[in-house]
Design a protein around this ligand. Structure first.
Ligand SMILES: Cc1cc2nc3c(=O)[nH]c(=O)nc-3n(C[C@H](O)[C@H](O)[C@H](O)COP(=O)(O)OP(=O)(O)OC[C@H]3O[C@@H](n4cnc5c(N)ncnc54)[C@H](O)[C@@H]3O)c2cc1C
Ligand code: SF4
Length: 503
């Protein structure tokens, strides 16, 4: 059953064996795995239950429903936009379905540095195989790539750089292009479509519009969750929800889980909780083409440029280039300028291609609780990471020109308009100061990292908290560092792993 806490007319107390906070990639996988092992499971989700027929493809309607802070979440100093989802299904409702495994070299490096004795190579590989089958992950056939992605392929080919097609978790995709505001056609093989029905069939219960505020713990063990039922529109609390549980699993994402642990005063002798956040920061450049690109149509992100992404070599480049487009409201908020200049740029909307450079970041950021419900994020890439972003911006401009752009727009505070034949090398050395250019992040991770040593990591490699009994973590918080590739596949995998370990 799925219950809507916003309909509760008074305070309630619930009892269960396992309570899972958050229903995204990690939480729903853990809940499904535990319920299928016979564990009585209750999932608390702070967002709404939004079925596909309510996904109306309108940004102004779907952003408030599917995104944290209506899509307006930023770092405390507003220098970095952090996009994260909410709703039954979490960020898998609006994500773009890219699926990749963490390269074996990076996982081996983690094992050397952090042990990870409960998640060895064979276990990772078996989990990946299972999740890829579960979500029907497959390469998107080239015949289905849209013009936007073909432009990136063209640029890569002309420059002789490395690139290739991507694999996604979609079945029955119509190529509508509205992935980022939720799929009305239920074509995403995500936590909502694939895992939720199995979890419910195994007896799990889900409570939507229910925000966990604190982990209740005493005598060194977690005992349950204090939560509130909220109004989905105003987010105002309506009733108290107390859950008594023998086991607690936090899957509120790399921001929500760290904030919950810190707000609850859960002991952590490593002192690491909330201090090792990575986000994969990204910047964009736009190309204006003579012909119409209509980048909003078709399947987003089916091709990647990996020329500057060498994840398995220490000290090598760490920038990944992809096409990235937005619907009109999103573009209008990102395009610099105002008045006539802004309008003139938006009139070129059908002719624009936008490439993004996202980096495998080494800078640690912090997450802290803000009040009873909020998170406060501090993150600004250090000099080395900013240099990778500048390199990525240069690569985007090179690729756009190679693909035939008649001008390239770099959306800095004073926008820079580049013409074919211009010297671009200065972009590589451009110092990125705060506020100089929009930095956007969609992959927060690694804020409660796993590791064998309780003095260096709060959580073990089975998701079990080192310093509080009966407490588990199953979401993107667990990565020991940045992964440099899309994280959902690995988070689903870790969710299954933790769900089975705790069962
Ligand atoms: C625009 C966009 C596109 C993306 N595209 C891709 C992609 O193509 N491929 C990929 O691999 N990844 C992609 N991602 C990232 C991916 O979706 C996430 O990394 C992944 O879903 C994170 O899983 P999670 O379980 O850690 O958290 P989430 O999936 O974010 O789930 C956390 C859930 O916890 C809930 N929650 C938080 N706090 C509380 C609380 N206190 N009480 C109750 N509930 C709470 C939230 O509402 C949310 O539903 C994308 C992300 C964005 C924003
Ligand atoms: S492109 Fe495919 S997966 Fe994305 S919203 Fe359209 S039908 Fe759904």
């Amino acid at each position: 059953m799925i219950f809507d806490a916003s309909t509760f007319t008074g305070d309630v107390t619930l009892s269960t064996d396992l309570v899972v906070v958050g229903s995204g990639a990690g939480g729903m996988a853990a809940a499904m795995a535990a319920a299928e092992k016979g564990v009585e499971t209750l999932v608390l989700e702070g967002g709404e239950y939004v079925p596909p027929d309510e996904m109306n493809q309108r940004e102004e309607v779907m952003f408030p429903r599917l995104f944290q802070e209506s899509g307006g979440r930023t770092t405390a100093d507003r220098a970095v936009k952090i996009h994260q989802g909410r709703g039954v299904g979490g960020s898998t409702l609006h994500n773009l379905n890219l699926c990749k495994r963490i390269p074996a070299g990076l996982r081996a490096e983690w094992r050397r540095a952090h042990g990870l004795s409960k998640l060895d190579e064979a276990r990772w590989d078996a989990l990946y195989t299972e999740v890829e089958q579960l979500l029907a992950v497959s390469a998107v056939p080239r015949g289905l790539w849209n013009k936007h992605n073909l432009l990136l392929e063209d640029g890569v080919t002309k420059l002789g750089w490395k690139g290739g097609g991507l694999s996604h978790n979609r079945t029955g995709c119509l190529g509508s292009g509205f992935c980022e505001v939720g799929c009305r056609y239920n074509a995403k093989n995500n936590a909502f479509k694939v895992l939720l029905p199995r979890a419910l069939a195994a007896g799990a219960q889900v409570v939507s519009n229910c925000v966990a505020v604190r982990v209740v713990h005493e005598g060194g063990a977690a005992r349950g969750i204090e939560a509130v039922a909220i109004d989905p529109r105003t987010r105002a609390p309506r009733a108290r929800v107390t859950v008594k549980a023998a086991r607690v699993c936090l899957s509120a994402s790399a921001t929500g889980t760290a904030a919950l642990l810190l707000r609850s005063g859960v002991p952590d002798r490593s002192g690491v909780t909330g201090t090792t956040l990575r986000v994969h920061p990204a910047v964009v450049a736009a190309g204006d083409f003579d012909e119409e690109i209509r980048a909003w149509e078709g399947i987003p992100q089916t091709y990647e440029c990996t020329e500057f992404l060498q994840l398995e070599e220490k000290g090598a480049h760490r920038a990944w280039v992809l096409p990235a487009f937005a619907h009109p409201v999103g573009v209008a908020t990102m395009v610099p300028g105002h008045g006539g200049g802004h309008r003139a740029l938006l009139e070129r909307y059908p002719h624009l291609a936008v490439f993004t450079a996202m980096i495998h970041d080494l800078t640690p950021g912090t997450v802290r609780p803000r009040g009873d419900f909020g998170v406060s994020i501090d993150y600004w890439p250090d000099e080395a990471d900013r240099a990778e972003l500048s390199l990525g911006l240069w690569a985007c401009a090179k690729l756009l020109f190679a693909a035939g752009a008649r001008r390239v727009l770099v959306p800095t505070r004073v926008p820079k308009v580049l013409q074919p034949g211009d010297d671009l090398d200065w972009l590589k050395a451009m110092p990125l100061e705060k506020g100089e250019i929009d930095v956007v992040a969609v992959h927060p991770m690694s804020s409660v990292p796993m590791g064998d040593d309780p003095l260096r990591a709060p959580v073990g490699s089975d998701g079990k908290h080192h310093h509080c009994e009966s407490l588990w973590v199953a979401d993107g918080s667990l990565f020991p560092g940045s992964i440099g590739i899309p994280p959902q596949l690995s988070i689903y995998a870790m969710g299954l792993h933790v769900g089975r370990a705790l069962a």
